[in-house]
Design a protein around this ligand. Structure first.
Ligand SMILES: [Mg+2]
Length: 341
């Protein structure tokens, strides 16, 4: 197989703020794998939280060609060879997506069909990023009416997080969940989660810093289900997550791709954990890979491409609030031809 890659910049429709940072543009890396006259595509969305950049992903991909071999269907063997090189999970996820895209095109099947899965899944949440309570309520009011649930970014470190949710709750009846991105301390978390339960929030994502020793106590005392994101990357993290939470947030950019994500969803069930599927700020190429496995999940947060000014990889259908993968072979997305104007 012939591997090439290039960096691209995605432009957000509006600046996106979470507890850690504000983002206007994001660099991703697009992978192309060629074999037997077909091309498979995948996207790496590197995350600085995990010491990844477009440059580090590209450096990994520069050296990864020899690990792939000639058989795109040898997914397990390829993933074992890739796992020998540490880190760079976003780059690995791009290779995994490109391999699945290629296999689907060679077999003339959509990836979800190739995996034996259903086309569909729970409705995606729409992310209302962090701001003042009034500002978040105003933006929640303006969300496209096809969205059927909202995810609120919290972690303002100003004592106003519960007020943020109260303000949004006063303008919408949509189901709400919140993502704290590691910014609460234990006592604050126990208290806030109780207040959010009273406001009808469904669950709380990553309230404590990854690895925080208070996790087990929060699991016991929390009034709402706790889901872990920054604490949960691959299959090996699940046992510890089960001691600290009620569910996990699987992202392909953390797991290293579709194959590990499917294993994680199965293992989560065996541990009694709920399963959420999340994403980074990604184009439709990254979102298409996630959408293939959405039917395995209880909750879906796949709005990355919907937050962009323009999606350079159309093909995922946003239908009745659900991010539906294409019926076309592979991941079913094609790069948009740039507007010559
Ligand atoms: Mg999160």
């Amino acid at each position: 197989m012939d591997l090439s890659h290039r960096t691209a910049t995605l432009h957000l429709a509006e600046p996106f703020t979470i507890s850690r940072e504000t983002t206007r543009d994001v660099d991703v890396v697009w992978v192309e794998l060629r074999s037997s006259g077909h091309v498979g595509y995948g996207e790496a969305a590197p995350d600085e939280r995990y010491d990844q950049t477009a440059a580090s992903a590209s450096a990994f991909l520069d050296e990864a060609g020899d690990l792939l071999g000639d058989d795109p269907f040898a997914l397990e063997e390829i993933s074992i060879r890739l796992a020998d090189r540490p880190g760079e999970m976003a780059a690995k996820a791009a290779l995994d997506a490109a391999l699945h895209d290629l296999c689907g095109k060679l077999a003339n099947l959509a990836v979800w069909r190739l995996l034996g899965l259903r086309r569909g899944g729970p409705p995606t949440s729409y992310t209302v990023w962090l701001g003042d309570p009034d500002d978040m309520a105003r933006r929640a009011q303006g969300v496209d009416s096809s969205f059927r649930r909202l995810k609120l970014k919290l972690g303002g470190r100003d004592g106003l997080d519960v007020e943020r949710v109260r303000a949004v709750r006063s303008v919408t009846d949509l189901p709400l969940m919140v993502d704290v991105n590691e910014y609460w301390e234990l006592e604050e978390a126990i208290e806030n989660v109780q207040a959010l339960e009273d406001l009808g929030v469904e669950y709380v994502e990553q309230p404590l810093p990854a690895g925080d020793p208070g996790g087990a106590r929060l699991r016991r005392e929390a009034a709402l289900p706790i889901y872990l994101d920054e604490d949960c990357h691959t299959l090996g993290d699940l046992k510890a997550c089960a001691e600290r939470a009620h569910g996990i947030n699987i992202k392909l950019a953390k797991s290293g791709g579709i194959r590990e994500a499917v294993k994680m969803a199965a293992a989560a069930r065996s541990l009694g954990l709920g399963v959420m599927l999340g994403c980074m700020l990604e184009s439709g190429l990254g979102i298409a890979a996630g959408a293939q496995v959405a039917s395995l999940c209880d909750h879906v947060d796949l709005d990355g491409n919907l937050l962009l000014a323009d999606d350079p990889w159309p093909g995922v259908a946003f239908d009745g609030g659900v991010q539906l993968p294409s019926v076309e072979p592979g991941l079913g997305v094609r790069e948009a031809v740039p507007d010559p104007r």
